[in-house]
Design a protein around this ligand. Sequence first.
Ligand code: NAD
Length: 303
Amino acid sequence: MPDAITRIGFVGLGNMGWPMAHLLDPHYTLTVHDARADVAESFAGEHRASATTDLAGLAAASEAVITMLPNGDIVREVALGDGGLAAGFANGSVLLDMSSSAPLGTRQLAEDLRPHGVAVVDAPVSGGVAGARGGSLAIMVGGDPDEIDRCRPVLEHLGRVIYEMGGSGTGHAMKALNNYCSAAALSSACEALIVGDRMGLEPAKMVDVLNASSGRSAATQGKIAEEILSRDFSAGFTISLMAKDVGIAGGLAEGLEMEAPILARTRDLWKDAAELLGDAAGVTEIVKLWEEWNGGELGSGSG
Ligand code: NAD
């Protein structure tokens, strides 16, 4: 059995990665890296961690490297690109990819890192920035059971519940399917509200009724009033990342040669939204599609 993890490399200090690394900092010797070197330096300035621009050096200094990056292609580049993690990893290291990556790419990465003596565990998360700050994420894990056990103490600092899904890529598959459900619920709630608004129903009251009824979802319970009706839109999770996740779920269904029409429509809707509203738009800004199509802000009665 490999040694317990005491030294962690953390790559990707964005909306999610920063608060996650913050929770690990008191418990591990942490080396951090981000493509924005100033962000890694600021993190190191506020924590015990050291910052580096040298990925191979970060891997050499760590038993486990956590990646919290936009997508699996970037994780692959960070791991196997020139001067990447693979150039520094010691035999017996583990790459813990907590990004929402595509599951088949994760399997391939695990195969490609095996000859380097490196195991890959996929451990994507749900719960958003608030869950990352509070250490209350839901974590869905795929990979070799012994490697998952080795990573478990690390994950327990970050998550409220840890679900072991199966072999390599199964955590990433579960995450994509979860986000498809989340995206479909948010977009269908926006559509229902804008139709109700035109009918003369009051949006805040509709949210109350949905939340007391069978139409409720994480969207109606935490996003519509808080971010859409308030026009705050501070999701901390972008439309483009959600479009990527729904695209991964759609690609999975296609790869398995399945009929999944709602998934296909949801994927198209979110892809269009990402193109129209831009990379920086938060997920709840999707309501602006219906507002644009129907000529008025939700709550104006013209929806
Ligand atoms: P983010 O865009 O805020 O952060 C990504 C970070 O990665 C940035 O700091 C960026 O500079 C860095 N980065 C990009 N390319 C890099 C590279 N080649 N090398 C090193 N660093 C690089 O994204 P986020 O919201 O923190 O999301 C990270 C992952 O977590 C994504 O896969 C996302 O789908 C997933 N996720 C996000 C949320 C959320 O609510 N934000 C929730 C669950 C899962």
